[in-house]
Design a protein around this ligand. Structure first.
Ligand code: AMP
Length: 113
């Protein structure tokens, strides 16, 4: 498990409301939302960034995509949303525990994130 803020949230060391949880991931609201709906899908297994994933992670990566779509549908933004994975410092990643941003509730074509 990573020693990042997300590792601490998953271990319960830092409180965060879990919008969704299953055996493989949690979903929380982003603390600094870039859109009216901004959720983070975070695997319980720590992978620092997407490009560190290996063949053993294929099922988990598929699961994260499925949960991201479910979260968007449940929030009513299934027809107008954006899924973002920042990868590496140069890719804008600030927390090195893989996560999928789910953004919506605003005209996404006007957003740059
Ligand atoms: P990234 O820049 O792709 O690594 O995204 C990290 C995201 O985590 C940012 O959008 C932050 O606002 C968010 N974040 C950081 N700390 C927390 C926290 N304690 N609870 C919820 N979201 C957080």
């Amino acid at each position: 498990m990573s020693d990042t803020i997300f590792g601490k949230i998953i271990r319960g060391e830092i409180p965060a409301e879990r919008v969704y949880e299953d055996d493989h991931c949690i979903v929380i609201n982003d603390i600094s939302p870039q859109a009216p709906i901004h959720r983070l899908v975070i695997p319980k297994q720590s992978i620092a960034k997407l490009c560190d994933a290996n063949e053993d992670h294929r099922a988990l990566l598929g699961h994260l995509m499925w949960v991201a779509a479910k979260v968007a549908n449940d929030a009513g933004i299934g027809d107008a949303c954006r899924f973002v994975i920042n990868n590496g410092e140069g890719g804008g990643q600030t927390v090195f525990h893989l996560h999928v941003h789910v953004l919506g509730g605003i005209e996404m074509s006007e957003q740059t994130l």
